[in-house]
Design a protein around this ligand. Structure first.
Ligand code: SF4
Length: 274
């Protein structure tokens, strides 16, 4: 559930640098449920169709260069791929018009897709906040929210509130997402594409990202860290502009701290992620 308006979204949050984390006592009442969920929320199998898909989104520039070489191209074609995916934000391999048709065909025949999903529905609030429902390849829906903040000079900040799971295993009593149960973890590219979808809707760069949508990000840490890397290095959102919000999951916080991110970890005490 991402029903919070921009004015309430960041309430009841205590933030610390990821590199300097001490979990507050008030977060510990969720520890038992979180520990149980951490033990039981390993990624469920994706559908056969999804696991067969090769997705360009989420790959770094060196990885794209290697892919180009592996497909018999010059390495600079990978740099072009990176530009098309992250700068031009092209959504289909067919539309990579700067690349030779033969290379596009090779990519498609090898099963590569950009990895952008259709926007199923949008809901706009009076304050300009827009909630997007994105339909994933396995037909599951995830929610993401764009929160614009204007000043006298026009739009200056656009925050993307992204989901990290389809549903959530923690089942916090006050949260509709929790009541709906847990389907699966998102993959890193499925987190990144939420940010790109918000940029598409608002026709503006996302300046801030908060992991405060569906799901508990600390229960999907590998994908969250992968998305964090991509959002920082490829989409070029500053690490300090990225906030990971958690209700507090035992044994994951030290792991996150070990990555020495310059981002913020926000502990939520009483309210919903979403
Ligand atoms: S509040 Fe957050 S952790 Fe709790 S059920 Fe909702 S999405 Fe999950």
């Amino acid at each position: 559930m991402i029903a919070a308006a921009s004015s309430t979204l960041l309430q009841h949050v205590s933030s610390v640098s990821v590199a300097n984390i001490v979990r507050p006592a008030s977060a510990r009442n969720l520890s038992t449920a979180a520990a149980a969920a951490a033990a039981s929320s390993s990624p469920r199998s994706l559908s056969a169709a999804q696991s067969d898909t090769r997705v360009l989104l989420g790959l770094s520039e060196p990885e794209l260069q290697q892919l180009a070489v592996d497909l018999g191209q010059e390495g600079y074609r990978g740099k072009q791929l990176h530009h098309l995916i992250y700068k031009r934000k092209v959504k289909e391999v067919d539309d990579f018009s700067q690349l030779p048709k033969a290379f596009r065909n090779v990519l498609q025949e090898a099963g590569w897709k950009v990895g952008r999903s259709p926007i199923f529905r949008t809901v706009t609030a009076a304050d300009g906040t827009i909630k997007l429902l994105i339909k994933l390849e396995d037909n599951r829906l995830i929610e993401t929210v764009g929160i614009p903040v204007n000043d006298d000079k026009g739009l200056t900040r656009l925050t993307a509130c992204v989901s990290s799971q389809v549903g959530c295993p923690l089942r916090c009593s006050f949260c509709a997402t929790g009541k709906g149960g847990f389907s699966r973890n998102l993959q890193a590219h499925e987190i990144v594409e939420q940010v790109l979808a918000i940029e598409e809707i608002f026709k503006h760069r996302v300046t801030n990202v908060v992991f405060m949508g569906m799901g508990e990000p600390m229960l999907n840490l590998k994908a969250v860290l992968g998305a964090h890397r991509c959002l920082n290095k490829d989409v070029e959102i500053g690490q300090r502009m990225i906030t990971i919000s958690t209700v507090g999951v035992p044994n994951t916080i030290k792991k996150l701290a070990s990555h020495k991110l310059q981002s913020t970890l926000a502990f939520r005490y009483t309210n919903c992620h979403s």
